[in-house]
Design a protein around this ligand. Structure first.
Ligand SMILES: [Zn+2]
Length: 232
């Protein structure tokens, strides 16, 4: 086995299947650079490819951080809509980018079927967009950035977001950045101003990113002939 990888024991919360899945050793990850929407590039194996766990027996797939939070009341939905259609496949070994993409799409299907929070579905769509970026599939990348933007926006307005992994300023910054990437510059500028003008001060990293991308969004808005761009 690749020395950057290891096996982790998992017990499926749906069917109780015990299996081992592959992960990247944290001590072996080497970051090369990151994009302004937080996609990270690695010199080592890419942990992004292994973030989703898939039970080969019942087809339950979710991000590792959410895997054990399966709601027992939804076991019947799982059986009727996922397990009954599941052609047993094994994604527990080393993954190609294409296999990782299938795992994410499966996790998104499970999440939508089981009605997971919009914030969680947004996180899956964001990661799927990054995988399409790795594959240089621009149209699919944009399609999933748009889905992520819409889900995060819905979550921001209607859900109690657990701001432990991503604080509110990081989320409003990301909304600005995703809108900028989609060419919705006016929306982008509105979100960046929420980050800077909010009740809590953003971290120095988020403040720097916001100011840089805000400037770029204003320029792009002007270039696109946006109304009154100069006064924003
Ligand atoms: Zn299972």
């Amino acid at each position: 086995m690749n020395i950057e990888l290891y096996k982790k024991s998992i017990k499926c919360p749906v069917c109780q299947n015990e299996f081992k899945t592959t992960k990247v050793k944290a001590s072996r990850t080497r970051v090369l650079k990151s994009d302004t929407d937080f996609m990270i590039y690695y010199k080592s194996e890419n942990p992004l490819l292994y973030d989703v766990i898939v039970c080969q027996k019942c087809g339950y797939a979710a991000l590792e951080s959410k895997y054990n939070y399966f709601p027992k009341a939804k076991k019947n939905i799982m059986q009727d809509f996922i397990t009954s259609k599941w052609n047993k496949r094994d994604y527990t070994g080393e993954r190609t980018v294409d296999e990782a993409l299938l795992c994410y799409k499966l996790a998104l299907y499970c999440g939508q079927t089981l009605k997971f929070k919009k914030f969680e579905l947004g996180g899956l769509c964001m990661r799927i967009a990054w995988i399409h970026r790795l594959k240089e599939q621009r149209d699919e990348e944009i399609r999933f950035i748009k889905l992520a933007r819409d889900l995060y926006e819905d979550a921001y307005s209607n859900e109690n977001i657990p701001y432990d992994k991503m604080d509110e300023n990081t989320l409003t910054y990301l909304m600005g950045e995703l809108n900028k990437r989609l060419g919705d510059y006016r929306e982008s500028i509105n979100w960046f101003s929420k980050t800077i003008g909010g009740t809590t001060k953003p971290s120095p990293r988020i403040e720097k990113l916001t100011r840089e991308q805000w400037m770029q969004a204003k320029e792009l808005y002007k270039e696109s002939g946006g109304e009154n761009a100069e006064v924003i």
